[in-house]
Design a protein. Structure first.
Length: 192
């Protein structure tokens, strides 16, 4: 018999009920049983993981596994992605090199993120971006866009919770993908 997964029940007990949810929307993006409530994810329909003997959607349930607030093997990740050239600082964390930059796009902190998103779309490095679009007052909502002007209009920092990751699943369902260097080369040659 299969071991019962943690699923949404575990996510709720360990993260949501303890006020540790960052409201990123990752769980909602990857699980059709969830939706974003006013300030936390909520179960909109019965989760199949609650049934005895059901095949797990992932090790602990996809919603639990993709949550950035659940336990993470930090040392394992560091070993996988960082090498001996990296510096570990008590306050800054791990870095290889620190630089300052400025771009042609004016924005908070030099418009660096906006410039990277614009360049990525213009060069075909990715199909779309997810930006935080300002709504009435100080509110913001995540928006999927391929339009450079929309990316530029979304520039600037939003000091509110905005479930950016919740749009990844929607973008993937629309057929948006990250392209490998080989795919980008083929796309440029074919004009697509």
């Amino acid at each position: 018999m299969l071991e019962k997964s943690k699923g949404f029940e575990g996510l709720k007990a360990e993260i949501i009920d303890r006020n540790l949810c960052s409201y990123c929307g990752a769980c909602v993006s990857f699980c059709e049983h969830l939706e974003l409530g006013d300030d936390t994810p909520v179960l909109k329909e019965e989760c199949s993981l609650d049934k005895e003997g059901v095949i797990k959607c992932s090790e602990n349930g996809t919603c639990y596994d993709v949550c950035p607030m659940t336990e993470t093997d930090i040392e394992g990740l560091e070993g996988m992605f960082f090498d001996s050239e990296c510096v570990k600082d008590e306050y800054l964390g791990i870095y290889r090199k620190l630089i300052a930059g400025r771009t042609q796009i004016e924005g908070q902190d030099g418009g660096m993120v906006t410039s990277m998103l614009v360049a990525g779309v213009e060069k075909g490095l990715f199909d779309c971006t997810i930006v935080a679009e300002r709504e009435d007052g100080y509110n913001a909502v995540p928006k999927i866009t391929e339009d450079v002007e929309e990316i530029k209009r979304a520039k600037g920092t939003r000091y509110v919770q905005c479930p950016m990751v919740s749009k990844i699943g929607e973008a993937v369902k629309r057929g948006k993908r990250f392209c490998s260097p080989e795919q980008r080369s083929i796309r440029r040659k074919s004009g697509g």
